[in-house]
Ligand binder design. Structure first.
Ligand code: ATP
Ligand code: MG
Length: 339
């Protein structure tokens, strides 16, 4: 059974004119078609500004689509939003929810009452969940006195507490330390696995998060879904076992362009380091390496280091977009700065 379904879902934002720029329209989601099955742990992976939060806001009825449609748990997000809200919950990383004056337990209890959960059941769930995230000893701490990571854990408890059919987590591990992030991931995975009628959609721009915990991942950039499959299938699409990272002392633009055209090189990217230039190459097969080494020697480029590693979803992103997710984010930041 389908849990989440979107049909040509689009959303634009009107950008007001300023003294320097005229009014414009920004396309945040561009004809998104997703079908997510009940029981799936589904990930949206994409750089800053890709449209992940916009999509989550539409699916949780907080924002209307500009065109197209979406259903969650069989209910239309626009015409059946009231009913839909009873079956879903949402937590976003870095949010400052709750009242600082109330304790962790009081805050969570208050939210449980918004959902009409009987008080005794709510209290039991709260304590159980706090234990799971390792916060049982903080139940009586004022939420204003929590660290960022602990506050995020409290928010996560708030999401699970209502036992939703479909749960949306927007950057759930943002701001958590390595250990806490690992705990949250494990808990999320177990929550989905322990009841086949549950579905969880999360957004992330952490590759490991998408790769290690999600059943399927949609890679999204500039409002478009570029690929959607299991992490394994996405990586298999690269048709390679290995990625090579080389540091060379120099390689001019011209040389790099010629290198990209060498037979057997699927994708190539280049990054300037302090002293060296780092090349990241996806080769058709290991034997292409011989040709590559010869090519670099012919172009007066000395190899300083060479590493072989397994393909990751980051490589899938590069193969789809042409640049890394970091580079997309940096160029977005540059644009903002210029504006
Ligand atoms: N209220 C708004 N008004 C105008 N533009 C907006 C608004 N909200 C989002 N945008 C723009 O829409 C695009 C998508 O934003 P969105 O927040 O959905 O991205 P995201 O994938 O969640 O990014 P991040 O990883 O940074 O959270 C961005 O270009 C953003 O600047
Ligand atoms: Mg976001």
């Amino acid at each position: 059974m389908l849990s989440i379904e979107t049909a040509d879902l689009s959303r634009t934002y009107k950008i007001k004119k300023t003294r320097k720029t005229p009014a414009s329209t920004l396309v945040a989601l561009d004809k998104v078609n997703l079908q997510i099955q009940q029981g799936e742990l589904f990930g949206l992976l994409g750089p800053n500004g890709a449209g992940k939060t916009t999509l989550i806001k539409i699916l949780t009825t907080l924002l209307g689509p500009t065109s197209g449609s979406a259903k969650v748990n069989g209910l239309d997000v626009v015409s059946q939003s009231r009913e839909l809200r009873e079956h879903i919950n949402m937590v976003s990383g870095g949010e400052t929810s709750g009242y600082g004056l109330l304790t962790v337990r009081e805050n969570l209890w208050m939210f449980s009452q918004f959902y009409g959960i009987p008080s005794r059941l709510a209290n039991a769930r709260i304590m159980e969940l706090l234990k799971i995230v390792g916060m049982a000893d903080r139940a009586n701490t004022k939420s204003s006195n929590l660290s960022t990571g602990l506050r995020q854990k409290m928010n996560i408890v708030r999401g699970f507490m209502t036992d939703p059919k479909v749960l949306f987590l927007d950057e759930p591990t943002l701001g958590l330390d390595v250990g806490a992030a690992r705990d949250v991931r494990a808990f999320v995975r177990e929550w989905v696995d322990s009841d086949p009628t549950r579905t969880l959609l999360l957004t992330t721009h952490y590759m490991v998060e998408a790769e290690e915990m999600c059943d399927r991942v949609a890679i999204i950039n500039q409002g478009r879904v570029l690929a959607c499959d299991t992490p394994k299938a996405l990586k298999a699409g690269l048709r390679t076992d290995a990625i090579y990272t080389l540091q060379v002392d120099a390689l001019e633009d011209e040389g790099f362009e010629a290198l990209k055209d060498l037979p057997g090189i699927r994708t190539a990217s280049r990054k300037a380091l302090e002293d060296n230039i780092e090349l990241e190459l996806v080769l058709e097969e290991d034997s292409v390496l011989t040709r590559l080494i010869q090519f670099l020697a012919d172009h007066g480029s000395t190899i300083r280091t060479l590493h072989k590693r397994e393909a990751t979803l980051e490589d899938v992103f590069v193969s789809l977009v042409g640049v890394s997710m970091k580079d997309v984010e940096n160029s977005n930041a540059d644009q903002d700065y210029q504006e």
